[in-house]
Design a protein around this ligand. Structure first.
Ligand code: ADP
Length: 392
């Protein structure tokens, strides 16, 4: 786990926990659409490498998928490093943290990221610069950075360059989130599975004690219910584990929705629901997995319905390079405080209603595997609108 964190207010979950729970749901549209403006030529880089060398350096790193930056040491009268100035940021870095071109002239490192003052990471940067020994560390951020914003967990690699540093960042937020969910599995599966197993063992003991009598129906019913609950848990975990695997083909969401409506017909009828399916697009994706997303979302609308007769609307709009699919209901709704959390594994709000808290985690994994995003908004007039994007 990261051992350096920035932006961690006291008495709150650690930055890592928060980032893991909410990222990337918290990254809004504006962040994604930020188009970086390249920083101009850096005189110090030219002084160090010559005009041709500096141009070569930029040509190499401008195309790098990882975030790359150069920091120059700012030394006080005694020659000690008191701060760093920005030299270069590649487009991946500028886009990732929404850094405008003016950042270099406007801020030093400590001005842009005040929490770094006196931190271990700052001392480490100084040491890299003075000793030439590289430094590798994982850092989680959720903090303003100059006029931009840093969010996520990154492996930092810093190496000496002239009287400064070249810093490489490798985004591991997604891996860390998966690992943390996997750790969560072990606990929940152990706990939730041990409960039905204890129940089953107990019921079997009851049956063993009366070998000559036929088993009472209520004991058999309980046995069936507890084994089904155990099976559901195991299936849920397996589905989640496999939901990142895709077999892509051309998929008509409209016909997937017809299948889903057919599967869920008993529930929809019982709820007296109206299902309103608008025009849905054809996309490239995994039919089974996408069907699961629609099934979970419509299934949840049925499960978490309110007093009013249930109405579910499924629609899609085209925006830029993506489709936005919406599943809207007029049900119980979700408080904004839970809006990010519910997409986590085993995360439930309404514990009165049966469920393992796996459905939305699966939706999220499937959608993200399709390079999309999923989130929930409050629907106008009550209820919730689950939205997900799929590339066109
Ligand atoms: P579960 O297996 O418990 O249904 P999900 O991951 O599908 O798990 O959902 C997580 C939680 O989100 C649910 O426990 C419920 O509280 C909330 N939720 C999901 N869908 C809806 C909805 N359409 N309306 C209201 N609450 C919902």
């Amino acid at each position: 786990m990261p051992d350096v964190q920035y932006g961690n207010p006291p008495n709150r979950p650690s930055v890592a926990e928060r980032v893991i729970a909410t990222y990337p749901a918290d990254v809004d549209e504006r962040d994604r659409e930020f188009e970086p403006e390249p920083w101009g030529e850096d005189p110090k880089l030219v002084a160090l490498l010559g005009a041709q060398g500096a141009a070569g350096f930029r040509a190499l790193f401008d195309g790098f998928p990882e975030e790359v930056g150069v920091l120059w040491a700012v030394r006080d009268a005694g020659g000690r490093i008191s701060d760093f100035s920005f030299g270069y940021g590649n487009p991946a870095m500028l886009r990732r943290f929404r850094l405008p071109a003016a950042t270099r002239d406007r801020y030093t490192l400590l001005e842009a990221l005040a929490e770094m003052r006196g931190s271990r990471a700052f001392d480490a940067y100084v040491r890299v610069c003075d000793s030439g020994q590289p430094w590798v560390r994982e850092v989680t951020y959720d903090t303003p950075f100059g006029d931009g914003y840093m969010l996520g967990t990154f492996v930092h690699r810093a190496a000496k360059l002239g009287d400064g540093l070249v810093v490489f960042l490798d985004d591991v937020t997604e891996q860390r989130r998966m690992e943390s969910e996997l750790r969560g599995y072990a606990d929940v599966v152990a706990h939730d599975l041990s409960e039905p197993l204890t129940g089953i063992a107990l019921l079997v003991t009851v049956l063993e004690q009366r070998p000559e009598e036929p088993p009472p129906t209520d004991v058999l019913e309980q046995l069936r219910a507890t084994t089904e609950r155990a099976r559901e848990l195991i299936d849920g975990v397996l589905v989640y584990a496999r939901s990142g695997e895709l077999h892509s083909e051309r998929v008509r969401l409209g016909s997937l929705m017809t299948d889903v409506a057919e599967d869920l017909r008993p529930g929809l009828e019982e709820a007296g629901a109206t299902l309103d399916v608008g025009e849905l697009p054809e996309v490239d994706g995994d039919a089974r997995q996408l069907r699961r997303v629609l099934q979970n979302l419509v299934g949840n609308a049925i499960k978490f319905r309110g007093e009013a007769p249930l109405r579910v609307e499924i629609s899609a709009v085209r925006r830029g390079q993506e489709w936005i699919v919406t599943v809207r209901d007029n049900g119980a709704g979700i408080a904004p405080a839970h809006a990010s959390r519910i997409f986590g594994m085993f995360s439930r709000v309404d514990t009165e209603v049966e469920g393992a808290g796996i459905g939305l985690a699966v939706c999220r994994r499937v959608v993200e595997a399709h390079a999309g995003r999923i989130w929930v908004e409050a629907a106008a007039g009550g209820g919730s609108a689950f939205r997900f994007t799929l590339p066109r």
